[in-house]
Design a protein around this ligand. Structure first.
Ligand code: DC
Length: 236
C-alpha cells in the first residue's frame, strides 16, 4: 500500500499536535519534526546571548548564523527529541516561561521565518516525515500528501497546558494560562507572514472531547483513506 510520505499537522498551541505527531511518526517509522522547537531555539538563544528580542535585524541575523539540530532523544528523561543550538543541548530551556512569552514575537519576524522555513523544506524533501507547526500545510509544504488541522477550544487548550505545567512541578494559575493562550493565538493568527490558519485542503479534527487514542485513530483512518486515494491515482 502506498503511504502519504509527507504529513503536515497544523493547529494552535496545545491542540494535541506534538502528542499525536510524535505517536504517528513512531507508528509509521517516519521522522518527526516539531517546527515550533526551532522558533523556540532562536528565542532561547537570543535571550541567553542578550540579543534584544525587539530588534528584528539582530534576531534575524542570529537565526541565520546559529545551527539548530533536532535529533532523536539523546537522554532518557521524557523528552520527545533533543534540540541542539550550536551543539549545546537546549531541549528543556526552550520550554521555559520566558520563551513562551517571547516566541510569538520572534516567529512573526519574516527573516526568521524565511531561514527556518528553508531548513524545514529541505528536511521535508527527504520524505517520510510528520511535521507539526502553524504553517506547514499552507507555506512550508503546501504540496504535502496529507494535511491535518488539529483544533480545540481555547478553554480546553488552556486546561491542558495548565495541567501540563502542574505535572512538571511548575507554578500555574488557570486564568493566567487562559489569557496567555488567548494572547498567543492572537499574535499567531494576526501576523502578516504565514499566520496560523488551516490550509483549504486540510482535514480538520476537533480534539475537544477526544482522548489521545481517539484522535490517533481518527488520523490513522484519514491516512487509510489517503492511502486508497493514492493507490487509485497510481493504478486507476
Ligand atoms: O508549537 P509551539 O508552541 O512550540 O510553537 C512556538 C511558537 O512558534 C508559536 O508561538 C508559534 C510559532 N510557530 C510558528 O510560527 N510556525 C511554526 N511552523 C511553528 C511554530
Amino acid at each position: 500500500m502506498p503511504r502519504p510520505s509527507t504529513i503536515a499537522i497544523d493547529g494552535p498551541a496545545a491542540a494535541g499536535k506534538s502528542t499525536i505527531g510524535g505517536l504517528l511518526a513512531e507508528r509509521l517509522g517516519y521522522l518527526y519534526l516539531d517546527t515550533g522547537a526551532m522558533y523556540r531555539a532562536v528565542t532561547w538563544v537570543a535571550l541567553e546571548r542578550g540579543v534584544d528580542i525587539g530588534d528584528e535585524q539582530a534576531v534575524t541575523a542570529l537565526a541565520r548564523i546559529m545551527r539548530i539540530a533536532i535529533t532523536r532523544p539523546t537522554v532518557d528523561d521524557g523528552r520527545q527529541y533533543t534540540v541542539l543550538a550550536d551543539g549545546e543541548d537546549i531541549t528543556w530551556e526552550i520550554r521555559r516561561p520566558e520563551v513562551d512569552s517571547h516566541v510569538s514575537r520572534v516567529s512573526a519576524y519574516p527573516g526568521v521565518r524565511e531561514v527556518l522555513t528553508e531548513q524545514q523544506r529541505s528536511i521535508a524533501r527527504q520524505g517520510r516525515v510528520v511535521m507539526i507547526g502553524r504553517d506547514i500545510g499552507t507555506v512550508v509544504i503546501p504540496d504535502a500528501d496529507l494535511k491535518v488541522y488539529l483544533d480545540a477550544s481555547v478553554e480546553e487548550r488552556a486546561r491542558r497546558r495548565y495541567l501540563e505545567l502542574l505535572e512538571r512541578g511548575d507554578e500555574a494559575d488557570y486564568d493566567d494560562t487562559l489569557s496567555a493562550m488567548k494572547r498567543r493565538d492572537r499574535i499567531d493568527s494576526d501576523r502578516a507572514v504565514a499566520p496560523l490558519k488551516a490550509a483549504e485542503d486540510a482535514i480538520r479534527v476537533n480534539t475537544d472531547n477526544l482522548s489521545i487514542d481517539e484522535v490517533l485513530s481518527v488520523v490513522e483512518g484519514i491516512i487509510e483513506d489517503v492511502d486508497s486515494r493514492i493507490e487509485e491515482q497510481t493504478h486507476p
